[in-house]
Design a protein around this ligand. Structure first.
Ligand code: GLV
Length: 339
């Protein structure tokens, strides 16, 4: 019997890809780039499994054209690029990469918060332009992070990892989440639950860690920005679209808040042009989980899921981070060998 085919939409660590080869015909892209709808349809047409990046939208139209597809592994914890309902309805399993990136993303949230509060990017650009004529006592005054109130909107596992880092900074953590955490977890994170209005009004530094969905679109817009302290910093490491980027640009230009840092953008890789013209913002190209170790762990987890979905490896039949486990149990669903 011929091997099933797996399409890998982005090149990654060859030694990890090699783990698929005994069981799959591997079609791995050699170039890191977005695919047009037509290219994606052509690649999926004869694929039994796919490992895709966050910008590969797998929607109902893509699924309809992929008659052999049985499993999609997403290289990311957020999976708003997948139409999970459509995948599930078609009996196609899907997985993401939770947990392996929590600490790395939390590190990066702190990096952005510190950089925005202490004006690292702005000062570096000024230095590189050759404008530094001598030490300035009253120049480059930024906002402290230590001892301040850090707000976290969206308190999943990444939010909790961000909160745990606050103790070394003697910072107070407040959070808002759809549901309040167990008292034990709150205590472990030394985090206090507040409503969204208090979070906005009280945070010196506000970090967004929400999943993107229709309800969260523009969760931070002009009204929310106006409710924040004029000295506050805002950090978005979650998804573009959670912040109204145009409203943020206006708020930063008008001094409604002090500074911001964005790793994700509405319509990325496009960046709202008004953001590019501001000094009081740090911009990075969606790299919060991009440490060497973590990107390897994410790739390995995606591969583990695909192997398991087809009955191989230590998790045979039970993809470790499947998002729609019901497809395994559904007798009318795909025939996962060891399910
Ligand atoms: C990155 O944005 C991810 O969702 O993993």
């Amino acid at each position: 019997m011929s091997k099933p085919t797996v399409w890998i939409s982005r090149p990654f660590f060859p030694d990890i890809v090699d783990r698929l080869r005994p069981h799959f015909e591997v079609r791995a892209e050699s170039e890191e780039r977005a695919h047009s709808l037509e290219e994606r349809a052509a690649r999926l047409a004869d694929a039994d499994a796919a490992i895709v990046g966050l910008t590969e939208r797998i929607d109902a139209a893509a699924i309809a054209a992929a008659s052999r597809l049985r499993f999609v592994a997403n290289l990311g914890v957020g999976y708003n690029n997948l139409d999970l309902a459509a995948l599930t309805a078609a009996g196609i399993g899907a997985s993401n990469t939770p947990d392996v990136l929590n600490e790395t993303v939390a590190d990066y949230a702190w990096a952005l918060m510190l950089a925005a509060a202490r004006r690292v990017g702005e000062a570096e650009r000024w230095l590189r332009r050759g404008e530094w004529q001598g030490f300035r006592f009253e120049g480059w005054l930024g906002a402290d992070v230590h001892g301040k109130t850090i707000g976290i909107l969206g308190m999943g596992r990444i939010g909790q990892a961000i909160a745990r880092r606050a103790s070394g900074f003697r910072a107070r953590v407040i959070y808002h989440n759809r549901s309040r955490l167990d008292a034990r977890v709150e205590q472990e994170c030394a985090a206090t639950y507040v409503d969204k209005a208090s979070l906005l009004a009280t945070s010196d530094h506000l970090i967004l860690v929400l999943p993107f969905n229709a309800q969260n679109r523009h969760a931070i817009g002009a009204a929310e920005l106006a409710a924040m302290k004029p000295t506050a910093t805002l950090v978005n490491i979650a998804r573009g679209g959670i912040v109204d980027d145009a409203a943020l640009a206006r708020a930063l230009a008008d001094g409604v808040i002090g500074a911001a840092a964005l790793d994700v953008f509405e319509g990325e890789p496009a960046v709202h042009p008004d953001l590019l013209n501001l000094e009081n913002i740090v911009l990075s190209p969606h790299i919060a989980s991009a440490s060497r170790d973590t990107r390897r762990d994410m790739a390995a987890l995606a591969v583990d899921n695909v192997l398991a979905a087809f009955g191989h490896g230590p998790h045979a039949g039970r993809p470790p981070t499947i998002l729609n486990p019901g497809v395994l149990a559904d007798a009318s669903g795909p025939d996962f060998p060891n399910a």
